[in-house]
Design a protein around this ligand. Sequence first.
Ligand SMILES: *Cc1c(COP(=O)(O)O)cnc(C)c1O
Length: 417
Amino acid sequence: MQLNETTQEYEIGGVSVLELTHQFGTPLFVYDSATIVSQYQKMTSALSGVPRLKINYACKALTNLTILQLLHSLGAGLDAVSYQEIRLGLKAGFEPNDIIYTPNSVSIEELEAAVALGVKVNIDNIETLEYMGVHHPKTPICIRVNPHIMAGGNANISVGHIDSKFGISIHQMPLVKRLVETLHINIEGVHMHTGSDILDVDVFSHAATLLFDVAKQFDNLQYIDFGSGFKVQYKPDDIETDMEQFGEMMTTRFNDFCEETGQELTLMFEPGKYLVSESGHFLARTNLIKQTTSTVFAGLDTGFNHLIRPMFYGSHHTIKNVSNPAGKPKIYTVVGYICETDTFGWNRRINQIKEGDILCFLNAGAYCFSMASNYNSRYRPAEVLVHQGKAHLIREREVFEDLVRNQPLPSLNFGQN
Ligand SMILES: *Cc1c(COP(=O)(O)O)cnc(C)c1O
């Protein structure tokens, strides 16, 4: 979001934010296609020295079909964690072979359905590996390795440590090898994903060393998938993953590995947040300004039903008053309308807010709409994509019919007996 110096209005991709709220109402998610394109290109250019590179968008971050189509048009593949995400990907135009399915704790029925669609399968436990070897000996498999390193911004989003439920322990590789040899399983890839918000490029480097060691144990490997964990900026003084430094380190190490082992492998990543977080803006209207003995509350026409990250894992979203770009900053506690503690931010310096003002949450592209619910029987917001200076509605705001459509009303006799 930028302030247009001439009009003194905030804009997203050249479109006035206030106009977007007039046209589409609030609360509203707005994505800027140019940011997604530039994040994707930052990654591919940092890794341009790798002969075979594939970026699979981890679509659980934001699954809107138009966003999927955009990433497809850029040449991305897809990382899906559910059968439904696979189907969304296929609908958006991805080929099955461009989709890698990374399930955890799913039923055999779901696994079978995914295999039937012909997608790449990333296996995350020994039992499932054995099942695949017995029932689908021809299907190439990727194995998800748990390297047991503590990486990532907080315990909820760090998934590679010793207590994590994800992946096959790196210490179980002898067992994996035995199964692979006995059942003639075709291991085409090895994968790890250690968590989100990894600050330090050295953590990736350490993980790479471990995964290369695993990779050496398989003869028919096609790719090595380093998952994600790239950090984005939430506040002006935050550090984000230094993509150039990361790219240099990975390029050298990956190319060396291929040369050393005489293999022509594909290097894969599966970023979610890095590609879409900054493209997203969440716009809400101020319904209430309430001075209490301890703070000034700004109450919005939304809540954690639409943006759960602050309440769920303490995420910071910068909040700006779009309606008062030149106003004097004051301290506010910004809250939602849900009938439970529902705080978006404590003690935030925001340009003076009055009732009716539009506030904008930044970094609202990843894990925002995709985690939204109908709690309190509210409608989920509309989504808009700004592309080449024009706003396009890419998801309609829900209506009452959406809340009741799946509720048959059997004629039961609830009268007094
Ligand atoms: C969630 C997830 C990702 C994406 O993580 P980000 O932090 O959004 O980049 C990648 N791979 C797997 C397997 C995931 O579960």
